[in-house]
Design a protein around this ligand. Structure first.
Ligand code: LLP
Length: 420
């Protein structure tokens, strides 16, 4: 479900030919559809309408200010993992009191900043973190609202790098420990327990692991509420999967049909922190063919986007659809689509049917709205791509392409020596 469609053989982003955008801003370019983004937000909100969830968008999926602004205007809150992400949300016009702050390694200055701007709550992942939050809150005469992040020990049946809710993962607190910490929290003035949280992984397509995790979360929340009447919310995390392949279903109602009755029955306020499901299919990466080459029987399409621009294929073996933006003639054959970076692992896709391509032809890498630009690097001194937002029949740059000069900011050829 997205607004990147073919008309007369040409790929459009909403009502704008992708080729027009590439001509105007160059390549590689990330292109986002406002209609797709808001459509996904509304579909999620509607699917869970019976429990009126507080939807806190996971900024890590795509932190572009323009997208954050669109979501803030739509009533979204935000899930952040760093001081930088809090800063970004506030800059985009998001409300501090709609932010929850997750992550296993929050530093003192980040906690101070979060309290100072007045975020809603911290999702706490260890005893040491809880003690530090309490100390900072006490030192600054504030009360920190906290949720305990529980590790429910459920296998989310997704890629191992994006599984977070099993015993051997660094994330969250096992259930016994969370219960002990809830006891410890009794009678503490500077920290108030307001919620419990679980997030078991990303790109989850099976409903049952999610149901298992929420079942454990709710059972614990009911026990802890006996000690803490201030415990009013459960945060069910993010993780809803999207379609990367053609004709793959993205069925949010399968999740909501299973989860809503349990959540409704529990009486807790429901928070969730989706990332990918909102932005993943709302973006594509447009790249230009530089050359084709052959090596033995193998066909390579070398294009100007590389692993530094989109690392998911190299890092996770992730599948992204790749298609020509135009309609080049000729018989398709299998090709690897690779970038100019000096690594064998630099590829965007392998063994895909593509027609013969000429230098200058454009390709679109689909479903590149989430964990794409945000994970881009400057490896091989490559400036990161421009980002463009499309709204109906207009488009605008929402992040300029980096320049080579910018890549050297703060760097000097001569050290500023200090005597030790
Ligand atoms: N909440 C927490 C605590 C998280 O760690 C994450 C994602 C989310 C919410 C949002 O999950 P989502 O709804 O987007 O699945 N780079 C990887 C994905 C890493 C996910 C990290 N945590 C990828 O490209 O697949």
């Amino acid at each position: 479900m997205d607004d990147f469609v073919r008309r007369d053989g040409r790929l459009f982003a909403e009502d704008v030919p992708v080729e027009t955008i590439a001509q105007a801003v160059g390549t590689p370019a990330y292109v986002y559809s406002k209609r797709t983004l808001l459509g996904h937000f509304r579909r999620l909100r509607d699917a869970f309408a019976a429990v009126s969830p507080k939807i806190r968008y996971a900024v890590k999926a795509n932190g572009n200010l323009a997208l954050l602004r669109l979501l803030a205007d739509e009533g979204a809150g935000f899930d952040v993992v760093s001081r930088g992400e809090i800063h970004r949300v506030l800059k985009a016009g998001g409300l501090a009191n709609s932010i929850d702050f997750a992550g296993v390694g929050k530093k003192r200055d980040e906690i101070e900043y979060a309290l100072e701007v007045g975020i809603d709550m911290f999702n706490v992942e260890s005893e040491a973190e809880l003690e530090l939050i309490e100390q900072v809150a006490r030192d600054t005469n504030q009360v920190a609202r906290v949720a305990l992040r529980v590790n429910p020990d459920v296998d989310p049946k997704t890629h191992k790098y994006i599984s977070t809710g099993q015993k051997e993962s660094k994330f969250g607190l096992d259930i016994d420990r969370a219960q002990r910490m809830a006891g410890w929290l009794q009678g503490r003035d500077a920290v108030r327990l307001t919620g419990l949280h679980a997030h078991i992984g990303s790109q989850i397509t099976q409903v049952q692991p999610y149901v298992d995790a929420v079942t454990k979360l709710l059972a614990l929340a009911k026990r802890v509420r006996e000690l803490h009447p201030t415990l009013t919310s459960v945060n069910i995390g993010g993780g809803f999967g999207i379609h990367y392949r053609e004709n793959e279903a993205q069925d949010l109602t399968a999740f909501s049909d299973a989860l809503v009755p349990m959540l409704q029955e529990s009486g807790f306020e429901v928070h969730m922190e989706p990332g990918r499901v909102l932005v993943g299919n709302a973006g594509l990466l447009v790249t230009k063919v530089i050359f084709e080459k052959r090596s033995g029987d193998k066909r390579f399409v070398i294009c100007d986007a590389a692993m530094n621009d989109l690392i998911r294929p190299s890092l996770y073996g992730a599948f992204h659809r790749v298609e020509p933006v135009g309609n080049p003639p000729g018989d398709s054959s299998l090709a690897d689509i690779v970038g100019p970076v000096c690594e064998s692992g630099d590829f965007l896709a392998k063994d895909r049917e593509l027609p013969p391509l000429a230098p200058g032809d454009l390709l679109a890498v689909r479903s590149a709205g989430a964990y794409a630009f945000v994970m881009a690097s400057n490896y091989n001194a490559r400036p990161r791509p421009v980002e463009v937002l499309v709204d109906g029949d207009r488009f605008g740059i929402v992040r300029a392409r980096e320049t080579e000069e910018e890549l050297m900011r703060g760097e000097s050829a001569q050290a500023q020596w200090c005597d030790a």
